[in-house]
Design a protein around this ligand. Sequence first.
Ligand SMILES: C[S@@+](CC[C@H](N)C(=O)[O-])C[C@H]1O[C@@H](n2cnc3c(N)ncnc32)[C@H](O)[C@@H]1O
Length: 284
Amino acid sequence: MTAMAEPSRFLPPLSPRDFRRIGGFVSEVSGIKLPPAKRAMVEGRLRRRVRGLGFADFSAYCRFVFDDGGLEQEAVHIIDAVTTNKTEFFREPDHFRVLTGLALPHLAPPGRVRPVKLWSAACSNGAEPYTLAMVLAEYAGSHPGFDFAIAATDLCTEVLRTAALGIYPEAEIEPVPPALRRRYLLRSRDRSRGKVRIAPELRAKVRFLRLNLMDQTYGVKGPFDVIFCRNVLIYFDKPTQAAVVARLCDHLAPGGFLFLGHSETVAGFGMKLRPVAPTVFVKE
Ligand SMILES: C[S@@+](CC[C@H](N)C(=O)[O-])C[C@H]1O[C@@H](n2cnc3c(N)ncnc32)[C@H](O)[C@@H]1O
């Protein structure tokens, strides 16, 4: 490592060669493709890390990472920097209507004793699994005996920290209907902080862990009745998408429901998944 540099120092731009090295590593580990147009994004997101470690430029950082044994230390930071974690509560709201209107009556007929098991794969900062938890808690209120458990996973460690805390700026909970806000969100005593926290009984329903969808085996215990894997396949090429969907299918119970993002599909993958609503599939 070089001597500490001023955190605000000017850094020369990330060269195409160094960008290719970073992109090759990211693609191999996470499946995320970084086309040349993403060079400025990667440069912007890694700049603070490179400066903070005191490197004079990206080339020195890349030499440290790829030639001098720094990869083990830096892998998490590079992956955290390049993942796009855009999410929101009640994103693509039709899916939650399909869940309660179509999937749950089928999966949890009266008399089912086992909890319905859900997996939010690529859960980002927790907005998706906590939305599921609110929707399911409401469902439980009107369906005595209904119970559920949610596993929520992501590759990015930074978002998982936020998710586990369950604390969000008030602006982010705007899409949550007022009645659910009152039931499931706690305001900080000091209103000026402008934060809310997910209620503990809801947090207890969601278990977060780090999981890379590129791994050949997944460290979650299925089979799941419902898997949400939304807005992550778009970052992968087609063969990777097909391989990930095949592994997700292995973790889905027969008759289980798979929810993808609205611009994602399983068409052409030759899998036993029957479409039942836009980007919602049932395992045959
Ligand atoms: C755009 S967010 C989508 C979040 C949420 N599912 C939604 O639709 O709002 C994509 C998430 O996928 C995660 N991700 C990217 N590559 C991944 C991988 N190989 N394994 C697991 N998660 C990954 C990112 O860290 C990011 O949080």
